[in-house]
Design a protein around this ligand. Structure first.
Ligand code: TXA
Ligand code: MG
Length: 348
């Protein structure tokens, strides 16, 4: 399959959006930007499109897809909505939040991995919104990476993974957030946070006081443990070189990193302010200032892709993110990438 790439600058009047929308309606696949990460989209009402998405991604077909709509109320034909859904929508949609609701028959089981629930998201990115509106169908889209790779935060990442596997890639520049959406499963007025993202637990609790956090967000799953979200059971992404996360007092961790940085084959995801402390020749992937979690979220997946592409790295070190605020989303992605390997550094 030939993959066409189009730069989209003014979504509302763009011919590429019209072309991509027609491709979606005909059952084809389109990569498009969202404010979180790039998505690999197909018509969510077309079972064959869902099958093709799984094939293009190399993803197990029991891991359900999120359906993307242009406005919260556009979910009505596809999901059983509720007061709690519209309360969340008023505060966080369009935006980086996905809500899981009971599904209606209009959404094939091949989209939901056989589940009777469906994940609904209304993205804020102008290209995503224009595309969904022009297509006139809900767009099922997982992140536009090959299964087992970090989610793509720019069109080049998606092209790396999916060229020859999709019809069109719409290039809308860098994703603002850089981590996938927050996922909440609703049961009446109760919500369970399944995946942390840019909408934080505190943001959610202000609107949905009865919010709990699924244990798998911060902990390893025990063998055979049942999960609420099929995506939780897959080792999402693991770098080619093992990643080790460091926790402990700031200066002790820093001293440890400076020492490791001079070893052969070691790569370090460091804070910007640490770059000048490192020995000459160290292989560094700065991820942002220590205090700037927004920058770190924006940068994490790109840094992991660069580390993967580096020819000599045998071991990667990174700071363990804090669990507060946006840090929880970083923490959740980091422990997965590290297969839960955390090293505690004591003061020496
Ligand atoms: O930011 C995002 O959410 C991006 C952009 C493209 O919108 N999409 C994304 O999709 O991250 P994906 O497929 O990579 O991750 C979706 C997650 C998976 O872990 C899946 O298991 C979970 O959502 N999920 C989807 N439908 C579900 C359902 N009905 N019940 C529980 N979990 C569900
Ligand atoms: Mg994904």
């Amino acid at each position: 399959m030939e993959t066409k790439v189009y730069q989209v600058i003014t979504p509302e009047r763009d011919a590429a959006i019209e072309k991509a929308a027609a491709v979606l309606r005909q059952g084809g696949l389109v990569v498009f930007p969202t404010e979180t990460v790039y998505g690999l989209g197909g018509d969510a009402t077309n079972p064959q499109a869902a099958k093709d998405i799984y094939a293009a991604k190399g993803r197990p077909s029991d891991n359900p897809l999120i359906i993307h709509v242009a406005a919260p109320e556009d979910a009505e034909p596809y999901a059983v909505t509720s007061d709690a859904y519209y309360r969340l929508a008023r505060h966080f949609m369009p935006g980086p939040l996905t809500v899981i609701l009971p599904k209606k028959d209009t959404i094939p089981l091949s989209v939901t991995g056989g589940l009777e629930t469906v994940a609904v998201r209304c993205p804020a990115h102008p290209v995503a919104r224009a595309l969904i509106r022009a297509a006139g169908v809900p767009v099922a889209a997982p992140s536009a990476n090959r299964s087992g790779r970090p989610s793509p935060t720019c069109a080049a990442h998606a092209a790396e993974d999916l060229t020859g596997r999709v019809d069109i890639i719409l290039d809308g520049g860098d994703c603002e957030v850089g981590l996938e959406s927050t996922i909440v499963k609703l049961d009446g007025n109760k919500g369970v946070l399944l995946r942390p993202g840019a909408v934080t637990p505190d943001d959610l609790k202000a609107v949905l006081p009865e919010l709990s956090i699924a244990p798998a967000v911060t902990a390893a799953l025990a063998e055979g443990e049942r999960v609420l979200s099929p995506g939780m059971k897959y080792r999402h992404y693991a770098p080619t070189a093992p990643l080790i996360l460091l926790e402990g007092e700031e200066s002790a961790v820093r001293a440890f990193l400076v020492e490791k940085a001079s070893e052969q084959g070691v790569g370090i995801l460091c804070f910007n302010e640490e770059v000048n402390l490192m020995p000459k020749g160290a292989i560094l992937f700065p991820v942002g200032a220590r205090a700037d979690l927004t920058a770190q979220a924006h940068r994490l997946f790109g840094a992991l892709r660069e580390a993967d592409a580096h020819p000599t790295i045998k071991k990667l070190y990174a700071h363990l993110p804090p669990k507060e605020g946006l840090g929880l989303a970083l923490y959740n992605r980091a422990i997965r990438a590290a297969a839960h390997t955390i090293l505690h550094i004591d003061r020496t």
